[in-house]
Design a protein around this ligand. Structure first.
Ligand code: SF4
Length: 106
């Protein structure tokens, strides 16, 4: 099931909203507000958990679904990669350059 499928239920608030609002957790506050007024909330949330969807469904974000024991497909590998990149970026920022090391030694 995708948001597109539910968009066919033209009474659902997401039917008249930019789908991007539902695709990532960055717009979760807006999506959750729309889902709160939707008659499909319980069904939508259950389907998203079963189908391991990404995005906001039935007022529940990817992160909230993962915490409830229903992680989206590929959740763990994507989280590991994000952690690895953050750690690598942080390590690069903290490491002094060769010229900084030379200046410090002088
Ligand atoms: S609960 Fe939210 S995502 Fe699901 S059909 Fe309703 S408005 Fe769309």
């Amino acid at each position: 099931m995708t948001h597109h499928t539910l968009l066919e239920a033209d009474f659902a608030p997401c039917a008249t909203t930019d789908p991007e609002v539902f695709h990532d957790d960055d717009h979760a506050d807006v999506a959750k507000g729309l889902c709160a007024d939707c008659p499909l909330t319980a069904y939508c949330r259950a389907q998203a958990r079963t189908n391991r969807e990404w995005g906001t469904w039935g007022g529940e974000t990817s992160d909230e679904r993962a915490k409830a024991g229903h992680p989206p497909r590929g959740w763990h590998s994507r989280k590991k990669e994000a952690f690895r990149q953050a750690r690598s970026s942080s390590a690069r920022q903290k490491r002094p350059s060769a010229s900084e090391q030379t200046r410090a030694a002088a």
